[in-house]
Design a binder for this molecule. Structure first.
Ligand code: G6P
Ligand code: ZN
Length: 542
């Protein structure tokens, strides 16, 4: 039943920040999926007879790619595949299933927060046995393999019925269709005080969770409305659809504007939250108060001990380099380790495995902990709920108290999307070339104290990752960061991150863009992004 099929390489199968993301139409080319999955298996060793987890966010083409993945896994010698019913598994749930069932690894089929549908995006990411995204040494090997691949192996068999729970056979391999929610919901019950959160809802606390027609619908409905007793209708847009109901499954203030407006109105709910296509990102809004992802990381770290899973305290915190330094101040106060890593959740894996950090987060709306090896949208929502249930204060009060204790890091990100890749590349090169001349120069009477291109040395395995983004730091603690996104699928996306620090006792109530106004101007003087891209405004401001 095992067939070896000849194929020719594709030149563009280089995994980015988070797996291989491409337009669906690219994935639909002959053997495109087959080549990539075979290249992954060719880059791994020792999986004979082992378990592979497969699941995705239900987006368009998931169903087709899953059947291929199962048959290729069978032909390559895996002993068992665990797959979520309907082909569904959120990214954090996939990470948990890999760990819980001691699988060799997993394939996560998703393009995260990118739009879906026939004209949207698709993606494949390989996760290793700790449940986290494969490290660069594996993704680099996969890319090298894709460039020279000449054949792939596949079992000739009918499709697996993914609607039916239980086991089926594909060639010599067992396929077990599992409930995608059960294991994950069980894990959440071990971390959080469900009784206290149930009491919070019973007291009339109102929440709205927007699943954006994506993967967290079934998880949020079961956990929030089912196990925690939140009123029916707390979860909206809760049925996953292949094109996310025609929407953009990115939980930011642009695509969740309705939710934001509701939370800003006097009779709105107490708490608003959303998650992205594959369930690893989160948006947190309290009544009258949006919480930036960087602040949310700091707040969750400072209050984690209020949840049973973290009551012994946290070991350390890690954040990606462009994420604001708000969490650093919490780590300092707690006297625990703080780590600054490159963008990409995979860089947290070693620190989590080594027990050096417990909580991690990124400005790109990801927060998570050592419970899995992915960021986890619902986990962040549940930790917030646990904190609210214990502190019995509003989100706004908790945030403003936090700033009064630690000072406030004003923070914004300006994205320039679909920029010509040549222009963006040249801009970065010129900017890098200018860095040595910057320290000592002053803008708006504030002196630059360092200017570099971030290089990360992993403290656990010593691996070095260079060219991770330009950082320009000023003597007052403000900072400009510029990097090219590693997740875009069309042209280049330039990201400009801006941060300033207002100490304890300072002004903490300014509008963010106003507070950062002069730094935004300095950034243009130093980078010429607007001038060189011909854009007058960023495409997205978060
Ligand atoms: C994905 C990754 C994150 C990363 C984000 C933005 O969600 O999992 O780790 O922060 O993409 O990456 P980018 O390269 O587009 O800035
Ligand atoms: Zn995601």
């Amino acid at each position: 039943m095992i067939k070896t099929i000849e194929t020719t390489p594709y030149a563009d199968q280089k995994p980015g920040t988070s797996g291989l993301r491409k337009r669906v139409t690219v994935y639909q080319q002959p053997n495109y999926v087959e080549n990539y999955i075979q290249a992954i298996f060719d880059s791994l060793e020792g999986f004979e007879g082992q378990t592979l987890v497969i699941g995705g966010d239900g987006r368009y083409y998931n169903d087709v790619a899953i059947q291929k993945a199962i048959k290729i896994a069978a032909a390559n010698g895996f002993g068992r595949v665990l797959v979520g019913q309907g082909g569904l598994l959120s990214t954090p749930a996939a990470s948990h299933v890999i760990r819980h069932h001691k699988a060799f690894g997993g394939l996560v089929l998703s393009a995260s927060h990118n739009p879906g549908g026939p004209d949207g995006d698709f993606g494949i990411k390989y996760n290793v046995s700790n449940g986290g995204p494969a490290p660069e040494k594996i993704t680099d090997a996969v890319y090298e393999r894709t460039k020279v691949i000449t054949s792939y192996k596949i079992v000739e068999a009918g499709d697996v019925d993914l609607s039916r729970l239980g086991t089926q056979q594909v060639g010599g391999m067992t396929v077990e269709v599992i409930d995608p929610v059960a294991d994950y919901a069980g894990l959440m019950e071990t971390l959080f005080d469900f009784e206290a959160i149930r009491a919070l809802f019973a007291s009339g606390f109102r929440m709205k969770f927007d699943a954006l027609h994506a993967i967290t619908g079934p998880y949020a409905t079961e956990i929030l409305e089912g196990r925690l007793g939140a009123p029916k209708g707390t979860v909206v847009n809760g049925v996953p659809s292949p094109d996310f109901g025609g929407g953009h499954p990115d939980p930011n203030l642009v695509y969740c504007k309705d939710l934001y407006d509701e939370l800003m109105s006097a009779d709105g709910p107490d708490f608003g939250a959303a998650s992205d296509g594959d369930g690893d990102r989160n948006l947190i809004i309290g009544k009258g108060r949006f919480v930036t992802p960087s602040d949310s990381l700091a707040l969750l770290a400072a209050n984690a001990h209020l949840a049973p899973g973290y009551k012994a305290g946290i070991m350390g915190i890690a954040r990606s380099m462009p994420t604001s330094a708000a969490a650093d101040r919490v780590a300092e106060k707690l006297g625990i380790e703080m780590h600054e890593t490159p963008t990409g959740w995979k860089f947290f894996g070693n620190l989590l495995d080594a027990g050096r950090v417990t909580i991690c987060g990124e400005e790109s709306a990801g927060t998570g902990s050592n419970h899995v090896r992915e960021k986890d949208g619902l986990w962040a929502v549940l930790l917030w709920l646990n904190i609210l249930a214990v502190r019995k204060q509003s989100i706004n009060d908790i945030v403003t108290e936090h700033w009064a204790t630690y000072g406030r890091n004003y923070y914004t990100r300006h994205d320039y999307e679909e920029v010509d890749a040549g222009i963006a590349g040249q801009l970065m090169e010129d900017l890098r070339a200018s860095l040595p001349s910057l320290p000592g120069k002053s803008f708006d009477e504030v002196r630059i104290v360092y200017a570099d291109d971030f290089t990360y040395t992993d403290p656990v395995d010593g691996s070095v990752s260079g060219k991770q983004g330009v950082r320009i730091g000023f003597e007052d603690g403000s900072r400009i960061v510029v990097r090219l996104s590693g997740t875009g699928t069309v042209g280049a996306t330039l990201r400009l991150y801006l941060e300033s620090y207002e100490a304890v006792g300072g002004r903490h109530d300014l509008e963010t863009q106003t507070a950062l106004g002069s730094l935004i101007e300095t950034a243009e003087t130093l980078t010429h992004i607007k001038k060189r891209t011909g854009r007058s405004e960023p495409s997205v401001i978060t």
